[in-house]
Design a protein around this ligand. Sequence first.
Ligand code: PGA
Length: 252
Amino acid sequence: MKRDKIVAGNWKMNLGLDEGMELVEKLAKAYTHHEPRMVVIPPFLHALAVQNYLQSVHSPIEVGVQNCHQETKGAFTGEISASMIRSCRIPFVVLGHSERRQYFAETDALLAQKVKAALGQGLIPIYCVGEPLTVREGSGQNDFVAHQLEKGLFHLSPEQFKEVVIAYEPIWAIGTGVTASPEQAQDMHAFIRHRIAIHYSEAVAAATRILYGGSVKGSNARDLFVQPDVDGALVGGASLDADDFLRIASSI
Ligand code: PGA
Protein backbone atom coordinates (compact mmCIF):
# COMPACT_ATOMS: atom_id res chain seq x y z
CA MET A 1 0.00 0.00 0.00
CA LYS A 2 1.56 3.26 -1.09
CA ARG A 3 0.75 6.12 1.24
CA ASP A 4 1.32 9.84 0.64
CA LYS A 5 4.46 11.09 2.33
CA ILE A 6 3.95 14.45 4.03
CA VAL A 7 6.34 16.94 5.58
CA ALA A 8 4.38 19.65 7.38
CA GLY A 9 5.85 22.72 9.07
CA ASN A 10 3.92 24.11 12.01
CA TRP A 11 5.09 27.69 12.48
CA LYS A 12 3.07 28.04 15.72
CA MET A 13 2.97 31.67 16.94
CA ASN A 14 6.18 32.69 15.19
CA LEU A 15 7.28 35.06 12.40
CA GLY A 16 5.90 38.43 11.33
CA LEU A 17 4.23 38.64 7.92
CA ASP A 18 7.40 39.73 6.10
CA GLU A 19 9.44 36.97 7.72
CA GLY A 20 6.83 34.36 6.91
CA MET A 21 6.63 35.50 3.29
CA GLU A 22 10.40 35.46 3.00
CA LEU A 23 10.47 31.89 4.31
CA VAL A 24 7.76 30.68 1.96
CA GLU A 25 9.38 32.41 -1.03
CA LYS A 26 12.63 30.57 -0.29
CA LEU A 27 10.78 27.27 0.00
CA ALA A 28 8.80 27.85 -3.21
CA LYS A 29 11.97 28.62 -5.18
CA ALA A 30 13.73 25.51 -3.95
CA TYR A 31 10.89 23.01 -3.73
CA THR A 32 9.11 21.97 -6.90
CA HIS A 33 8.24 18.37 -6.07
CA HIS A 34 4.87 16.82 -5.34
CA GLU A 35 6.37 14.05 -3.24
CA PRO A 36 6.66 14.29 -0.34
CA ARG A 37 3.75 16.70 -0.04
CA MET A 38 5.11 19.81 1.64
CA VAL A 39 2.70 21.71 3.85
CA VAL A 40 3.35 25.05 5.60
CA ILE A 41 1.17 25.96 8.55
CA PRO A 42 1.36 29.69 9.36
CA PRO A 43 -0.73 31.54 11.94
CA PHE A 44 -4.31 32.26 10.81
CA LEU A 45 -3.62 35.92 10.10
CA HIS A 46 -0.95 35.09 7.52
CA ALA A 47 -2.28 31.88 6.02
CA LEU A 48 -4.25 33.47 3.17
CA ALA A 49 -1.34 35.66 2.07
CA VAL A 50 0.86 32.56 2.03
CA GLN A 51 -1.78 30.58 0.13
CA ASN A 52 -2.29 33.32 -2.47
CA TYR A 53 1.43 33.66 -3.01
CA LEU A 54 1.95 29.91 -3.46
CA GLN A 55 -0.92 29.72 -5.94
CA SER A 56 0.39 32.70 -7.88
CA VAL A 57 3.72 30.97 -8.44
CA HIS A 58 2.07 27.57 -9.12
CA SER A 59 3.92 26.00 -6.23
CA PRO A 60 3.07 22.44 -5.17
CA ILE A 61 3.52 23.52 -1.52
CA GLU A 62 0.22 23.32 0.35
CA VAL A 63 -1.08 25.35 3.27
CA GLY A 64 -2.68 24.50 6.58
CA VAL A 65 -3.83 26.31 9.68
CA GLN A 66 -3.30 25.44 13.32
CA ASN A 67 -6.85 25.16 14.66
CA CYS A 68 -10.51 25.64 13.85
CA HIS A 69 -13.75 26.10 15.76
CA GLN A 70 -16.28 23.29 15.91
CA GLU A 71 -19.28 25.40 14.86
CA THR A 72 -19.92 26.58 11.31
CA LYS A 73 -20.63 30.21 12.15
CA GLY A 74 -22.12 32.48 14.76
CA ALA A 75 -21.36 34.58 17.83
CA PHE A 76 -17.94 33.16 18.76
CA THR A 77 -15.75 36.25 18.89
CA GLY A 78 -12.18 35.59 17.90
CA GLU A 79 -12.82 32.15 16.41
CA ILE A 80 -12.46 30.79 12.88
CA SER A 81 -14.62 28.04 11.40
CA ALA A 82 -13.75 25.17 9.11
CA SER A 83 -16.00 26.66 6.41
CA MET A 84 -14.03 29.93 6.54
CA ILE A 85 -10.81 28.00 6.10
CA ARG A 86 -12.36 26.11 3.20
CA SER A 87 -13.48 29.39 1.63
CA CYS A 88 -9.80 30.42 1.51
CA ARG A 89 -9.04 27.14 -0.34
CA ILE A 90 -6.70 26.10 2.46
CA PRO A 91 -6.71 22.29 2.60
CA PHE A 92 -5.12 21.30 5.95
CA VAL A 93 -5.95 21.96 9.60
CA VAL A 94 -3.95 20.81 12.62
CA LEU A 95 -6.18 19.59 15.44
CA GLY A 96 -5.37 18.33 18.90
CA HIS A 97 -1.85 19.70 19.10
CA SER A 98 -0.59 19.14 22.65
CA GLU A 99 -0.18 22.88 23.09
CA ARG A 100 -3.90 23.34 22.35
CA ARG A 101 -4.75 20.50 24.70
CA GLN A 102 -2.48 21.84 27.45
CA TYR A 103 -2.86 25.64 27.26
CA PHE A 104 -6.37 25.93 25.81
CA ALA A 105 -7.99 23.02 27.63
CA GLU A 106 -9.00 21.20 24.46
CA THR A 107 -10.40 17.82 25.39
CA ASP A 108 -10.83 14.68 23.33
CA ALA A 109 -14.60 15.33 23.31
CA LEU A 110 -14.15 18.84 21.90
CA LEU A 111 -11.61 17.60 19.38
CA ALA A 112 -14.04 14.92 18.26
CA GLN A 113 -16.42 17.75 17.30
CA LYS A 114 -13.70 19.79 15.64
CA VAL A 115 -12.52 16.92 13.50
CA LYS A 116 -16.09 16.30 12.31
CA ALA A 117 -16.49 19.98 11.48
CA ALA A 118 -13.23 19.98 9.52
CA LEU A 119 -14.09 16.85 7.57
CA GLY A 120 -17.57 18.21 6.89
CA GLN A 121 -15.93 21.04 5.00
CA GLY A 122 -13.57 18.76 3.10
CA LEU A 123 -10.49 19.81 5.07
CA ILE A 124 -7.72 17.33 5.85
CA PRO A 125 -7.16 17.21 9.60
CA ILE A 126 -3.65 16.56 10.89
CA TYR A 127 -4.72 15.10 14.18
CA CYS A 128 -2.10 15.04 16.94
CA VAL A 129 -1.77 12.46 19.69
CA GLY A 130 1.05 11.75 22.11
CA GLU A 131 1.88 11.11 25.72
CA PRO A 132 3.58 13.26 28.38
CA LEU A 133 6.90 12.27 29.93
CA THR A 134 5.42 10.86 33.13
CA VAL A 135 3.27 8.46 31.12
CA ARG A 136 6.24 7.36 29.02
CA GLU A 137 8.30 6.82 32.17
CA GLY A 138 5.57 4.55 33.50
CA SER A 139 5.38 2.72 30.12
CA GLY A 140 1.74 3.78 29.75
CA GLN A 141 2.13 5.39 26.32
CA ASN A 142 0.19 2.79 24.36
CA ASP A 143 -2.89 2.96 26.58
CA PHE A 144 -2.70 6.76 26.62
CA VAL A 145 -2.59 7.09 22.83
CA ALA A 146 -5.21 4.35 22.34
CA HIS A 147 -7.55 6.37 24.56
CA GLN A 148 -6.90 9.57 22.57
CA LEU A 149 -7.69 7.74 19.32
CA GLU A 150 -10.86 6.20 20.71
CA LYS A 151 -12.26 9.39 22.16
CA GLY A 152 -11.12 11.81 19.47
CA LEU A 153 -11.30 9.90 16.20
CA PHE A 154 -13.02 6.53 16.36
CA HIS A 155 -16.50 8.04 16.15
CA LEU A 156 -15.77 8.72 12.48
CA SER A 157 -17.02 6.45 9.73
CA PRO A 158 -14.31 4.58 7.77
CA GLU A 159 -14.89 6.97 4.83
CA GLN A 160 -14.35 9.98 7.07
CA PHE A 161 -11.46 8.43 8.93
CA LYS A 162 -9.41 7.69 5.84
CA GLU A 163 -9.11 11.44 5.14
CA VAL A 164 -7.40 12.03 8.51
CA VAL A 165 -3.64 12.33 8.83
CA ILE A 166 -2.40 11.32 12.29
CA ALA A 167 0.66 12.92 13.89
CA TYR A 168 2.26 11.06 16.77
CA GLU A 169 3.95 13.74 18.86
CA PRO A 170 5.27 12.60 22.24
CA ILE A 171 5.03 15.71 24.40
CA TRP A 172 8.48 15.14 25.89
CA ALA A 173 9.96 15.46 22.40
CA ILE A 174 8.23 18.69 21.36
CA GLY A 175 10.57 21.67 21.33
CA THR A 176 12.99 19.89 23.67
CA GLY A 177 15.65 18.72 21.23
CA VAL A 178 15.02 15.18 22.51
CA THR A 179 13.64 13.25 19.56
CA ALA A 180 12.00 9.87 20.04
CA SER A 181 14.40 7.21 18.85
CA PRO A 182 13.50 5.73 15.45
CA GLU A 183 12.54 2.52 17.31
CA GLN A 184 10.25 4.37 19.76
CA ALA A 185 8.58 6.16 16.84
CA GLN A 186 8.20 2.97 14.82
CA ASP A 187 6.77 1.04 17.80
CA MET A 188 4.11 3.66 18.44
CA HIS A 189 3.25 4.10 14.76
CA ALA A 190 2.83 0.35 14.38
CA PHE A 191 0.68 0.30 17.51
CA ILE A 192 -1.53 3.12 16.17
CA ARG A 193 -1.93 1.28 12.87
CA HIS A 194 -2.83 -1.86 14.78
CA ARG A 195 -5.56 -0.03 16.75
CA ILE A 196 -6.96 1.36 13.51
CA ALA A 197 -7.00 -2.13 12.00
CA ILE A 198 -8.95 -3.45 15.00
CA HIS A 199 -11.46 -0.61 14.97
CA TYR A 200 -11.85 -0.18 11.19
CA SER A 201 -10.03 -2.68 8.98
CA GLU A 202 -6.59 -3.71 7.79
CA ALA A 203 -7.21 -1.78 4.58
CA VAL A 204 -8.04 1.46 6.40
CA ALA A 205 -5.02 0.98 8.68
CA ALA A 206 -2.70 0.37 5.76
CA ALA A 207 -3.94 3.55 4.05
CA THR A 208 -3.63 5.86 7.08
CA ARG A 209 -0.80 8.38 6.98
CA ILE A 210 0.98 8.64 10.32
CA LEU A 211 3.51 11.44 10.78
CA TYR A 212 6.03 11.72 13.57
CA GLY A 213 6.55 15.04 15.36
CA GLY A 214 8.89 16.20 18.10
CA SER A 215 12.32 17.77 17.51
CA VAL A 216 12.59 16.57 13.91
CA LYS A 217 15.60 18.18 12.22
CA GLY A 218 17.54 17.79 9.02
CA SER A 219 20.08 15.75 10.93
CA ASN A 220 17.69 13.12 12.34
CA ALA A 221 14.90 12.96 9.75
CA ARG A 222 16.33 10.20 7.59
CA ASP A 223 16.60 7.70 10.46
CA LEU A 224 12.96 8.32 11.32
CA PHE A 225 11.71 8.18 7.73
CA VAL A 226 13.25 4.78 7.01
CA GLN A 227 10.92 3.27 9.60
CA PRO A 228 8.16 1.41 7.74
CA ASP A 229 5.24 3.04 9.58
CA VAL A 230 6.57 6.62 9.59
CA ASP A 231 4.99 8.48 6.67
CA GLY A 232 6.54 11.88 7.23
CA ALA A 233 6.84 14.54 9.87
CA LEU A 234 5.11 17.40 11.60
CA VAL A 235 7.93 19.82 12.24
CA GLY A 236 7.94 22.81 14.58
CA GLY A 237 11.17 24.73 15.21
CA ALA A 238 13.10 23.36 12.23
CA SER A 239 10.33 24.43 9.83
CA LEU A 240 11.20 28.08 10.51
CA ASP A 241 14.52 27.58 8.76
CA ALA A 242 14.12 27.07 5.00
CA ASP A 243 17.34 25.07 4.58
CA ASP A 244 16.61 22.72 7.48
CA PHE A 245 13.00 22.18 6.41
CA LEU A 246 14.11 21.44 2.84
CA ARG A 247 16.69 19.01 4.16
CA ILE A 248 13.96 17.23 6.12
CA ALA A 249 11.78 17.00 3.01
CA SER A 250 14.66 15.61 0.97
CA SER A 251 15.31 12.95 3.62
CA ILE A 252 12.20 10.94 2.74
P1 PGA B 1 9.23 20.78 17.36
O1 PGA B 1 7.64 20.87 17.38
O2 PGA B 1 9.63 20.22 16.01
O3 PGA B 1 9.72 22.17 17.58
O4 PGA B 1 9.62 19.84 18.46
C1 PGA B 1 6.85 19.87 16.80
C2 PGA B 1 5.39 20.23 16.90
O5 PGA B 1 4.97 20.77 17.94
O6 PGA B 1 4.62 20.00 15.96
